[in-house]
Design a protein around this ligand. Structure first.
Ligand SMILES: [Zn+2]
Ligand SMILES: [Zn+2]
Length: 279
């Protein structure tokens, strides 16, 4: 199996990445992608890939963290900030730009004081997204898209900058259950990323039945989004979500799609390898 999205570069995993990767391997998860969310976590992702086989990085600035350019730095130069991302793109284990996108969700828990979503902020997210997609095209990398409550903005930018060369190389990570997103993905040969929340969200359980199997990729989004039954366990004992739990997600999906775990594991692994052009 292939965990296409987990943040082993986050603080929760400091000093524990080796054991986490080992446990993943034992559970049958042989490939892992670590996406960056800002410059620091992108660098960390790249650094981690050098320590393990079959662990790859994506680099980029997450829309939520565009906020640091919005408020905390009065003057900023997008191209200069992105030059840092660009430098990392030449590393052989960097397979994608990500995670990048548009996010209109209001986060209660955020390091940014007085966090608010206004059109200035959204416009800055759009500036960064366009340029980061350009980088993916320029460096021939795959693209990990984060869209949260911002379907219209995301799709309009994708329609604007879409290029044939990214066909088959991009994914709506943690895809919202939405017919319009699925139609766009079908028309543009994209993948749909599915996470542990499918184990308790009825809307996602219905949605996945409409997703062609050849578009499906799995992800844990560790340390977030524990699948059931872990989600219902006390926070203190369950620990952070981690790649080995991809197996729980796969088992659940295989059951609702009425296919074997083996078939689901094989198909999604193949899809993921194609998506990120890894072997
Ligand atoms: Zn995301
Ligand atoms: Zn993420």
């Amino acid at each position: 199996m292939f965990d296409t999205h987990c943040h082993l570069n986050f603080k929760t995993f400091d000093g524990k990445v080796s054991e986490v990767v080992e446990r993943a391997k034992k559970a049958g998860i042989r490939h892992i992608i670590i996406p960056g969310t800002d410059i620091q976590t992108s660098k960390k992702a790249v650094e981690l890939t050098t320590q393990f086989d079959n662990v790859y990085a994506a680099v980029g600035i997450h829309p939520h963290h565009i906020y640091s350019y919005n408020v905390e730095r009065k003057t900023w130069n997008v191209k200069k900030e992105l030059a840092e991302v660009e430098k990392l793109l030449t590393h052989p284990k960097v397979v994608a730009v990500g995670e990048v996108g548009i996010d209109r969700h209001y986060y209660d828990k955020t390091k940014y004081t007085e966090y608010r979503i206004d059109e200035t902020f959204i416009n800055q997210q759009k500036v960064f997204l366009r340029l980061q997609i350009d980088l993916a095209l320029q460096y021939k990398k795959s693209l990990i898209l984060h869209n949260r409550e911002a379907k219209k903005d995301t799709l309009s930018i994708l329609r604007e900058v879409w290029d044939k060369s990214i066909e088959g190389r991009s994914v709506f990570h943690c895809c919202e259950p939405d017919g319009e997103l699925l139609d766009f993905a079908k028309q543009h040969n994209m993948c749909i990323g599915v996470d542990g929340d499918i184990t308790y969200r009825k809307d996602k359980q219905e949605f996945i039945k409409k997703v062609p199997l050849e578009m499906l990729v799995l992800e844990t989004d560790s340390p977030f989004l524990h699948p059931e039954p872990l989600r219902s366990q006390p926070r203190a004992t369950r620990g952070p979500n981690e790649p080995k739990n991809l197996k729980l997600i796969a088992e659940f999906i295989a059951k609702i799609l009425h296919i074997s775990l083996k078939e689901l594991a094989e198909v999604t692994e193949e899809n993921s390898k194609r998506l990120f052009a890894v072997t």
